[in-house]
Design a binder for this molecule. Structure first.
Ligand code: PLP
Length: 491
């Protein structure tokens, strides 16, 4: 670019042609809404063509390609090769679907582009309201503190950090875990999610300090074994400090007896953290609420909005019963971030950066706030119940099919089953079911995931999908039986 008067001309990233950008934006909205409206007509997932992977190894663009070409590349190379989780027959891992208004809210949030680390601007008030609604809908105390985070893993990390610091009995922030006179230990069931272990490792506690307590036939923590583990560790000179309760385990959707765990924590002086990544949301349905009894007594609670409230990624929430514990674990205010005054943009004492790990934070609260307003909490409760009813329906189909075998109880929204053939041993059955799963994925028919239960490879259907219908489960069962017998015949 030529300079005038020896000075570099000033530039910005705004469009040279606002009218063209407006037209492109309108097209994007139309394309995306069409894409969502017609999702059922497409395969759930397809392997990514080599040509696309090669395209995505192109070198760093140095010169501008412009918005039109960039969007064309998106339409050709990216949009046709999705994960599939917005599809009605996606039931892999525990993955949500998103909604049209949720997607539009993301655009609005990015347009405003505020930083929710702190300061006196309206986005922070939106997040405060969203967190307050979360507490209310889960029956958690209104005076608790909380913040929106990237997801369940981060919410668990926040809860465990507060637990560790509050229960250490010394100034852990200053001395670190090296300052602990006794080894700090914590407890959860064998069915705990891996994010708990990751958190424990990140907190410097060491995964050996995390006790994996056995479960009963319903995959719930054995409370007597928990009592014994705590007593054993105390006798060995360790310092038990936290119990993790599961509200919906990742493998089978099991709920620990949260009220019993709360009693144990109260008696033993331990922190009670609940991982309710998806199961906590059972509280939204009057018919399912009994499953989470005791959850309201947790010292900290982690759950997701991008799973069973179907909001676009990323949206999780961490709640902590006593605000002072929460703040003490995270608040750190250098001079340049001083706040608490009454006037100006830097006013206000409640900055979200004092309650979590991030300083700069995006406006994920907007999609939460808009989604809850759009649908109202009752509808979410009905959809959660619908998914549970669909899981029961699928379990019924599996139980009625002579060549299928259910491998776990179905307390919530997860069904684990396999194709069975009496003449095959366990290893051959595992291989057969692995092949069925891959063919289901590659054909684009459906996406369950997998797990292993007592050594048996299971097709695992986790339903956090507001688009699924009963007919989708009929199709799944038909296809698993068809593929199973076809693979056996092909030898
Ligand atoms: C029980 C449980 N806890 C924690 C997580 C982690 O949540 P996220 O994937 O949102 O980090 C999951 C994810 O599936 C989960 O099922």
């Amino acid at each position: 670019m030529n300079s005038v008067d020896g000075q570099m001309p000033e530039e910005s990233l705004d469009p040279a042609d606002w009218q063209a950008m407006r037209a492109l934006g309108h097209r994007m909205v139309d394309d995306m809404l069409n894409y969502l409206q017609t999702v059922r007509e497409r395969p759930v997932w397809q392997p990514i063509p080599e040509e696309v992977k090669t395209h995505l190894k192109q070198p760093l663009p140095v010169e501008p390609q412009g918005p039109e070409q960039t969007y064309r590349d998106f339409l050709e190379k990216i949009l046709p090769h999705p994960m599939g989780n917005i599809h009605p027959r996606f039931w892999g891992w525990v993955i949500g679907t998103g909604t049209p208004l949720g997607a539009l809210a993301e655009m609005l949030a990015a347009g405003m582009n505020p930083n929710l680390g702190g300061a006196e601007h309206v986005a922070n008030h939106v997040e405060r309201q969203a967190v307050a609604w979360c507490k209310e809908m889960l029956g958690y105390p209104a005076e608790a503190s909380g913040l929106l985070v990237s997801g369940g893993s981060m919410a668990n990390l926040v809860g465990l950090t507060v637990a560790r610091n509050a229960k250490a009995g010394f100034d852990l922030r200053r001395q670190g875990v090296q300052g602990a006179p006794k080894r700090l230990t914590l407890y959860g069931s064998q069915e705990m999610h891996s994010s708990i272990q990751k958190g424990v490792e990140l907190l410097g506690l060491g995964s050996d300090s995390l006790r994996h307590v056995p479960v009963n036939a319903d995959y719930q923590i054995e409370v007597t074994a928990l009592d014994a583990a705590i007593a054993r560790d105390r006798a060995a000179g360790m310092q038990p400090f936290c119990v993790i309760g599961n509200a919906g385990t990742v493998n089978t959707g099991a709920f620990d007896d949260l009220a019993r765990l709360a009693d144990i924590c109260q008696r033993e002086g331990l922190w009670f953290h609940v991982d309710g990544a998806f199961g906590a949301l059972a509280a939204l349905s009057p018919a399912l609420r009994h499953l989470v009894a005791g959850m309201e007594r947790a010292d900290s609670l982690a759950f997701d909005l991008h799973k069973w409230m179907y909001m676009p990624y990323e949206a999780g929430c961490a709640l902590v019963r006593r605000e002072e514990d929460h703040r003490r674990a995270f608040a750190l205010t250098p001079e340049y971030l001083t706040h608490g005054g009454e006037r100006g943009l830097a006013a206000g004492s409640q900055w979200f950066s004092d309650y979590g790990i991030q300083l700069s934070r995006g406006f994920r609260a907007l999609k939460v706030w808009m989604s809850i307003k759009e649908h109202g909490i009752r509808k979410y409760g009905r959809l959660i119940r619908q998914n549970v009813e669909q899981a029961r329906y699928l379990a019924g189909l599996v139980d009625a099919a002579p060549t299928l075998e259910r491998l776990a109880p179905v307390p919530l929204n997860i069904v684990c089953f396999r194709y069975k053939a009496d003449h095959l041993d366990e290893a051959a059955l595992n291989r057969l079911n692995q092949e069925i799963l891959v063919q289901l994925h590659e054909s684009g028919i459906a996406v369950p995931s997998y797990t292993t239960l007592n050594g048996k490879y299971a097709l695992r259907v986790a339903i956090t999908n507001h688009r699924s219908r009963r007919e989708d489960f009929d199709l799944l069962v038909r296809e698993v039986m068809r593929l199973g017998s076809a693979i056996l015949i092909a030898g």
